[in-house]
Design a protein around this ligand. Structure first.
Ligand SMILES: Nc1nc2c(c(=O)[nH]1)N[C@H]1C(S)=C(S)[C@@H](COP(=O)(O)O)O[C@H]1N2
Ligand SMILES: [Mo]
Length: 324
């Protein structure tokens, strides 16, 4: 059994109290200063202020009912403060602490997703339309950023396949393209030209239908914080984190491979598939190792981020040194 699932009914949000959140913040602030001291001896540690936290100490930040959740490889969860305090979300700035700092004015409710292209049931869907009585689950996944850091998170969401079955793509649809909302008034980074807005990503239809592919609405049993892509973002745990397009407002079913933001930005360094592959280095750094947030020693990066069994059949016959 590769993914741990718990029905949200087993873990009501009410179990995470405002006090838990408050305590996490308090510890986060305290540990951040300890981390800065640790950094003096480890100057290469990423994101000193949130990452210098000792692993064991960090465990205390994890709400009790999540303490025993692990990946199938027995890895511990990263504390809430790691996954919400160290982000890439260029709409809110390019620094790793910018999203947490600048996303406060973003309004994730109400939320409409426009579904179009090669589908029998196009239209404007409310986020709630996708959520049934029993399709929302908590799943512990690793996430590996292309920049060689990683986190383990209990995400909450529903299979993308549920949406696809509902909107009924036609036989011509080969890919699905996702776009992030454009709201420069609420997303200061969109007033800059640092990326082409809107942030765009895509999946081949078989990838979109893969049971691992999660339309994500929460983490740690709570709604997604704005900096993690509220109210709806993609998680494909065998791919680099940049496939996980945040704050999704449209899904378009198409015949041709869509452009994706990081490929447009730098096609020499980023591809469409973005499968985690320790054997294919980024032109500017190795992908063979990674730094789990909160740890000092680097881990070996696993092929397909450890999800080979569930995904490799989709790529049979493809040269993965070419289709990066
Ligand atoms: N719209 C949008 N989505 C985005 C990004 C972004 O800059 N804008 N960054 C991506 C990258 S590079 C990563 S690693 C993940 C980070 O997700 P997290 O903040 O939940 O860790 O979001 C991805 N989704
Ligand atoms: Mo990333």
């Amino acid at each position: 059994m590769i993914i741990r699932t718990r029905k949200p009914s087993d873990v009501p949000s009410s179990e995470i109290t405002p006090e838990d959140v408050y305590m996490n913040r308090r510890r986060f602030i305290r540990d951040a200063s300890a981390g800065a001291a640790a950094l003096a001896f480890a100057p290469s540690v990423l994101g000193a202020s949130v990452l210098g936290t000792p692993e064991r100490g960090s465990r205390q930040q994890i709400p009790a009912r999540f303490q025993n959740m692990k990946t199938e490889l027995d890895e511990d969860l990263n504390p809430y403060s790691d996954v919400t305090g160290y982000n890439n979300f260029y709409e809110f700035g390019t620094g790793k602490e910018d999203p947490a700092r600048n996303a406060g004015d973003f309004k994730p409710k109400p939320w409409t997703v426009r579904v179009g292209g090669l589908v029998d049931k196009p239209g404007d869907y409310q986020l709630e339309d996708f959520i049934g009585p029993s399709n929302v689950e908590d799943r512990v996944y690793r996430m590996r950023c292309v920049e060689a850091w990683s986190v383990v998170v209990p995400w909450r969401g529903f299979p993308l396949s549920d949406v696809i079955n509902r909107v009924e793509p036609t036989g011509d649809a080969k890919f699905v393209e996702f776009k992030t909302i454009v709201r420069p008034e609420e997303m200061p980074g969109q007033n800059t030209g640092v990326l082409d807005w809107p942030y765009t990503e895509g999946l081949r239809m078989d990838e979109a239908m893969n049971p691992l592919t999660l339309m994500t609405t929460g983490l740690y049993g709570m709604d997604l914080p704005n900096q993690n892509g509220a109210p709806l973002r993609l998680i494909t745990p065998w791919k680099y984190g940049f496939k996980g397009v945040k704050s999704i407002v449209s899904m378009n079913f198409v015949e041709d491979m869509p452009l994706n933001t990081w490929w447009v930005q730098n096609r020499r360094e980023y591809g469409f598939y973005a499968n985690v592959n320790p054997e294919v280095d980024h032109p500017r750094w190795t992908q063979a190792r990674e730094r789990r947030l909160g740890e000092l020693r680097r881990r070996e990066t696993l092929m397909f981020n450890g999800y080979t069994e569930q995904v490799q059949s989709m790529y049979e016959g493809m040269d993965l040194t070419r289709w990066i």
